[in-house]
Every structure is written in C-alpha cells, then in structure tokens.
Design a binder for this molecule. Structure first.
Ligand code: FRU
Length: 492
C-alpha cells in the first residue's frame, strides 16, 4: 500500500464513524435521554478523556463505540462546550485504525503545547498496551503521531498488557505522565514518566503500589494542585470495601498530599472515596480560565446492566463539579454555570414532617432541589424522587446507622451487577449532622440523580429508571422539619 492509500484509509475510519452517527441518530428512542448531561450521540460511552480548556472552549473527549451500545473497539468521541450544559458534537477525534492502535484507542488526557492540542492515549495492539500521541492545530481534526512510550520502557516486573491511561501535565520545564499499571505479581501501581518534548520519554519512578482485591489495577490517574496541596485521583479495580466506603467493585478515590514530580514521590496525607453513589468512575479534571478545578466523570459502572442499551445508547457523564480542598478534605459543588438555567423557583419554609407529604409545585425530573432538614427526633427523614405509582428512589438520613442512604431498590427494575459487589441498589455515606441539620442539593436529569450533602462534603450519584416525576418528603418514627426548600426547573 502506498502512503496516499494509507492516509485515505485513516481518514475513512473517522469518517465512517461520523457517517454512521449521522445516518442512525434518528433511530434512537428518546425515553431515557438526559437533557443537560453529556451522553453519546449513539452507541457506547465510558471514561472522559482529554478534558481541557483550549481554543476558547472546553474540550471533552470520551471512550466511544458508535456501532453498538456495549463496550467494543474504542474510539475517542468529542464534544465542546462553553457552559457544561450544552454539549456540541464534534467530529470523532480518534479511531483505532493505526498499525499501532488497531485494537483500541484507550483512555488518556491532553495538553497544549505551542498552540497545538496533543492527545496522549493508550494504543492497544494484540493486547499489548503502549502510549501514543495525536495532535491538532484547530482542535477538530487530529493527526496521529504514533507510539511514544513502548512496553519496553516498563519496569521489569510490570505487565505489558496492563499499562494505560496517561495523565500528561507540565511541571517546571518538563512534561510528566502518570500511568496505571499492574505488576507480574498482581499489584496495582502508578508509574511516572518524564519528557522534554512529549516525544521521548524516560521512566522516573513507581509512585504508588498496592495489592488490590482480585489483582486489580489502578486506572485513570489524574492530578491537580489546590492551594499548595497536590490531589491525585485514581480509579482502582477492587478497592477493598471499608464499612460504608468503596462499595462499588470499581471505586474512584482521591489522595491529598505533596507530590515531588522530579523524584516521583507522593506523600499522602489523607485518602477517601470521591463519590459514595452507584454510578461514578474514571474522573478527570481541568483548570478553567478563571482558576477553578473542574471535574467530570463517567456516570456509570462496569459490570452493570444498562437499561438504556436497548434504546441504542449507554453511558453518560456527571454534571461537571467544582472542586476545593478544605481542612485536607475534598468538597464538590455543581458547576456554577448551572444557575443560568434554573427557572420557576418554588420555595417552602418551616414545613413540619411526620409521615409522607407531597408539596404543591414540587415535582419534575429535570430539576434542582435544595433542602435543609432539621432531623429532630425522627428515625428516618428524606425525599422520594422519580416517583411513578409504586416506583421511586429515596434519599434519607437513617438515625440508627447515622448514615445518609440512597436506595433505588423500589425503582421497578433490578440492575444486574458484578458478583464482586454485594448489591447495586443501596449505597450510604456518613456526613456531619451538626445541630441535627442536614443540607441536600439534588440534581435530577431524566434518569440521573446527583446528591450533594452539606455543601459538597459528600456526594452520591446514581441512575434511576423508574420513569416518574413525583416527589414527596417523609419522616418516620418521629418528627422532623424542612427548614427550607427551593425547587428550580432546569431549562436549557
Ligand atoms: C477505565 C478503562 C481504562 C481504559 C478504558 C477502556 O474505565 O478500563 O482503564 O483505558 O476504560 O475503554
């Protein structure tokens, strides 16, 4: 084959994907489609990739398979946005069509250098994973440069088949890449590489190594700085369940500490789960032009049945969140851009709760609900969402366990889950309930529910497929009070 034919074929793989998308969009059944969350135009989506502000807008790439609603040969899909609410579909960025990435363009990140946007991703060929680069000068069309870290550059005891998800960033004059890996003995580890030019890389150090359950690996590392602290985000397979933490087989965790990039040493001060719900994985962050650290993540979980798949699509992203570190702990809030789309305010104050009540004007499935409870002496206090006849999901404070519970067991559909998880219908987190108060911000979008507790001290995310829009409030085994309640329709 001559060079021209080769170029022609490469162009075709991206074009074939885009023509397929354009021709098949109209067959999608709309029932479960979100209104303000990023989701695939058709087909399958998993991890966010290459999340960055570049060329005057936010760029979101993602693991994408256009031709079916289950994981398969990985492409990089592409959206741009100005507000994290409207996601503009761009041409597919990468297709697995190179002689080094024929079996998949797996996850990675991006970096701006000399006005060009570089995507660093995992190239898969016959099960061997290496790291490759693609570049664009307009942020729309990407040219593959080829493999830049080969599996020969791995430490001796690392597996060539589990070496992926580069997080590329600049410190001082050097570029660095953090990467997920597994040792031959079955430990998960994070490796660090360094480069002057993004093209030639040298191994620096093993930043972290742990034995995870079921010989899992750390996937999708991310790193950001916040007021003098370094925060590393990791997505381990099989992080051991501890009490109410890490109940998904694949959790996402953050570690706060100090990172010495030159030596490749991370001194950890604190570590915890990022999201205590059902559906959250593989988060990435960017820094916005106004200095905010903004995180996005996959709003699904491996090993689960995804009811939207029968409608031709599967997987979506959380609404991006603004991160901060207070007293060494992570706090998360929905991006402030959402406020521009909140309409039709309905408020209540000092509503006594004893049993179950419905409040006039409080319903909907594309809404923001903001609540402050006085828990008083009740055993359980909370809210039911996505109600439809007997079906609903509920979020409540359970006094006997001192936990906030997200229970979707009554949604009218069982979610098949991996045998490594004990269930996929109840998750809990513990928050401070000082002066017997609990604050909740709930974002609903057709099937998704993101709950921010006590101004982002803990977050729980989950999909609920009950199909309804009824909302009610309850207190059981005693009395409680809704000190205030605000509801907004999210109209975009
Ligand atoms: C995480 C992950 C990554 C990998 C990608 C493949 O969800 O398994 O480690 O690069 O998905 O789609």
């Amino acid at each position: 084959m001559n060079g021209n034919e080769n170029d022609e074929m490469k162009k075709n793989a991206v074009q074939t994907a885009d023509s397929y998308i354009a021709e098949n969009l109209s067959v999608l059944q709309q029932t479960y489609r979100h209104s303000y969350h990023a989701m695939p135009p058709i087909g399958w989506m998993n991890d966010p990739n290459g999340f960055i502000y570049a060329f005057g807008k936010y760029q979101l790439f993602y693991q994408f398979y256009p031709y079916g609603a289950s994981w398969n040969s990985m492409h990089w899909g592409h959206f741009t946005t100005q507000d994290f609410i409207h996601w503009r579909l761009e041409p597919t960025a990468l297709a697995p069509d190179g002689d080094f990435d024929r079996d998949g363009c797996f996850s990675g990140t991006s970096v701006l250098k000399d006005g060009k946007l570089y995507l660093m991703y995992t190239s898969v060929l016959a099960d061997i994973q290496t790291q490759s680069l693609a570049v664009s000068s307009d942020g729309i069309r990407f040219e593959k440069i080829g493999e830049v870290i080969s599996s020969n550059q791995l430490p001796e005891d690392a597996l060539r088949t589990e070496f992926r998800d580069p997080k590329v960033f600049k410190r001082g004059n050097a570029y660095y890449a953090l990467m997920g890996s597994r040792t031959i003995q079955g430990e998960g580890q994070i490796l660090l590489y360094r480069s002057k030019d993004l093209l030639k890389w040298e191994f620096v150090n093993v930043v972290r190594r742990d034995r995870l359950t079921t010989r899992g690996i750390y996937e999708c590392p991310d790193l950001f700085e916040y007021e003098g602290k370094d925060v590393m985000l990791l997505s381990p397979q099989g992080y051991e369940t501890k009490d109410w933490r890490y109940e998904n087989w694949q959790s996402a965790i953050y570690a706060v500490g100090k990172f010495d990039a030159e030596k490749g040493i991370f001194e950890k001060e604190y570590e915890d789960e990022i999201d205590g719900g059902f559906d959250f994985y593989a988060p990435q962050t960017l820094k916005s032009p106004d200095g905010r650290i903004i995180m996005i993540g996959w709003m699904q979980m491996w090993g689960r049945r995804m009811p939207t798949a029968q409608h031709g699509w599967a997987g979506s992203m959380i609404l991006p969140r603004e991160l901060s570190i207070k007293n060494g702990r992570l706090y998360q809030r929905p991006v402030r851009e959402l406020q521009d789309y909140c309409w039709n305010e309905v408020t209540y104050k000092n509503v006594a709760l004893n049993g179950n009540i419905v409040l006039t004007g409080i319903c909907g499935k594309k809404i923001e609900l903001h609540l402050l409870f006085d828990l008083k002496n009740s055993a359980r206090v909370g809210v039911r969402i996505f109600g439809h006849g007997e079906r609903y999901a509920e979020i409540y404070y359970d006094r006997s366990a001192d936990l906030v519970v997200f229970n979707r067991s009554q949604m009218g559909m069982e979610i098949f889950h991996d045998a490594k998880e004990k269930d996929a219908s109840v998750r809990s987190v513990r928050v401070k309930t000082e002066e017997n108060r609990l604050e909740m911000l709930v974002l609903l979008d057709v099937i998704s529910c993101e709950v921010f507790l006590n101004d982002g001290e803990r977050v729980m995310t989950g999909n609920v497929y009950s199909g309804g829009s009824d909302i009610s409030f309850f207190a059981e085994g005693g009395e409680a009070e809704i000190i205030f309640l605000e509801k907004y329709d999210i109209i975009n």
